[in-house]
Design a protein. Structure first.
Length: 220
């Protein structure tokens, strides 16, 4: 399909990406595995693999940026998330992921990412990027996913199942703790990088090039 029907910062930054479906799992929580190719972030053409699953509940926007290098978000799309929305859990989790959540949703994120969820992510998605947006869970790989890799499906399905179960628990907790507030929290999105930041960065690059040119003329 040429028009991806998936949310998330990666697909939003590559609206003309070409997506090839690889596999669909059967069962109560369907997981779609696919590969995508398109221009993303800095304009380079990139190919990535992904898994997408509906969670059944709308949640706050959460991005887990892989810190071990090579992730599709950390290399191409993390600039879409403004600073100051980082939530730290400590230990191996923080060494593996940078978790971004909307301001005011820190308590929700801590409820979502229980010890079981953290353990599942570290065991099954330590080399991947993860995003929760509305009622979708998306897991990104920086390389195409091969249907001949028997280790891929169980790992990604385990992440979808664990987070899906916890999403249901989160909604019940929200309604019990603060009745009627679940949908309000679910609509919260991460703040994007403000447009002026790109102008500022361009100005810095231009100023550096001009200064280098003047220095070169003085030296020669």
């Amino acid at each position: 399909m040429s028009s991806p029907q998936f949310p998330g910062i990666v697909f939003e930054q590559a609206p003309n990406a070409v997506v090839t479906e690889v596999h669909r799992t059967a069962g109560p929580r369907e997981v779609v595995y696919g590969n995508a190719r398109g221009q993303i972030g800095n304009g380079d053409r990139v190919t990535w693999g992904f898994a997408a699953a509906r969670l059944g509940r709308r949640l706050p926007h959460i991005v887990l940026e892989n810190r071990r290098g090579g992730g599709i978000i950390s290399t191409d799309a993390s600039e879409g998330v403004a600073r100051g929305q980082r939530l730290r859990f400590g230990g191996e989790f923080d060494r593996t992921f940078a978790l971004h959540c909307p301001e005011g949703c820190e308590r929700d994120a801590r409820y979502l990412f229980t010890a079981d969820v953290v353990a599942s992510l570290l065991a099954n998605a330590a080399a991947l990027d993860v995003e929760v947006v509305d009622d979708w869970l998306l897991v990104y790989a920086s390389r195409p996913i091969s249907p001949t890799d028997p280790d891929t499906w169980p790992r990604l399905t385990a992440v979808a199942d664990t987070l899906g179960d916890q999403a249901d628990a989160w909604a019940r907790w929200r309604d019990t703790d603060r009745p009627g507030s679940a949908e309000v929290a679910a609509g919260r999105r991460l703040r994007p990088v403000p447009p002026w930041r790109w102008v500022w960065r361009f100005a810095v690059v231009v100023a550096t090039l001009v200064a280098f040119g003047l220095l070169w003329e003085l030296l020669t």
